[in-house]
Ligand binder design. Structure first.
Ligand SMILES: Cc1cc2nc3c(=O)[nH]c(=O)nc-3n(C[C@H](O)[C@H](O)[C@H](O)COP(=O)(O)O)c2cc1C
Length: 205
């Protein structure tokens, strides 16, 4: 539990594991943020080279990466199938801290997606079937109608995971921690993955 203060102390950063530091910052955000500390901006780039950013929820993280769930047939799913790289950005306003992550993206296993889907509230499970995410929708009523049809289809039974709904994991190649400081002389520490571990570099704000 030493990393929280050590990440910006000269000489200490090279010995730190940024995933552990992230865990400590995230734990602090869970204490301080009034809503959704696991909200992160996900940026993807499709074949046309145009970046696209939107918020998603972090559902798991560890040395192997940072996981979110979505409709794989959505705009972001299409972009990731064309260019399996992404950038994530967290901002914890009450802590005045930012974390940026970038790396290669891989799908989670079917078993992992099944387990997470099964843990979701039933209403969210039904919505995952009903929503043709990112496609044109005629009206609010049309969506509610589709939810009612899915509800009728499954009755009181278990709702299986839709084939178009799963998770992606971003394997961090770079992680940058940013901490607000007075007069915009902020702290920034960039961790870059190397063959032997993590290399660190302090950056001008
Ligand atoms: C706070 C917040 C959390 C969100 N979490 C998710 C999420 O975990 N998964 C998801 O597919 N969309 C989530 N969304 C909706 C996305 O921002 C986005 O509208 C949707 O995924 C469609 O994006 P796309 O058309 O670029 O694929 C969230 C939106 C907000 C504002």
């Amino acid at each position: 539990m030493a990393n929280l203060d050590q990440v910006f102390s000269e000489g200490a950063a090279p010995a730190l594991d940024p995933i552990v530091v992230f865990g400590e910052w995230f734990a602090a955000a869970e204490q301080s943020e009034p809503n959704d500390p696991n909200t992160m901006c996900l940026a993807t780039v499709g074949a046309d080279g145009m970046p696209s950013a939107r918020m998603v929820l972090l559902k798991d993280y560890g040395p192997e990466g940072f996981t979110f769930y979505t409709n794989t047939a959505s705009a972001k799913g299409g972009e990731l199938s064309q260019n399996a790289k992404a950038s994530l950005c967290f901002y914890w306003k009450s802590l005045r801290r930012q974390v940026r992550i970038q790396g290669a993206v891989t799908p989670v296993s079917a078993a992992e997606a099944d387990a997470y889907f099964a843990s979701r509230p039933r209403g969210s499970q039904l919505s995952a079937w009903a929503s043709d995410q990112s496609k044109p929708l005629a009206s609010r009523a049309a969506l509610e109608q589709e939810v009612a049809e899915v509800e009728a289809r499954y009755g009181d039974g278990a709702v299986p995971r839709p084939p178009h709904w799963s998770g992606y994991r971003v394997a961090a190649e770079q992680i940058e921690f940013w901490l607000s400081q007075r007069s915009r002389r902020h702290d920034r520490m960039l961790f870059t993955r190397t063959a032997g571990g993590w290399q660190t570099q302090r950056l001008y704000p």
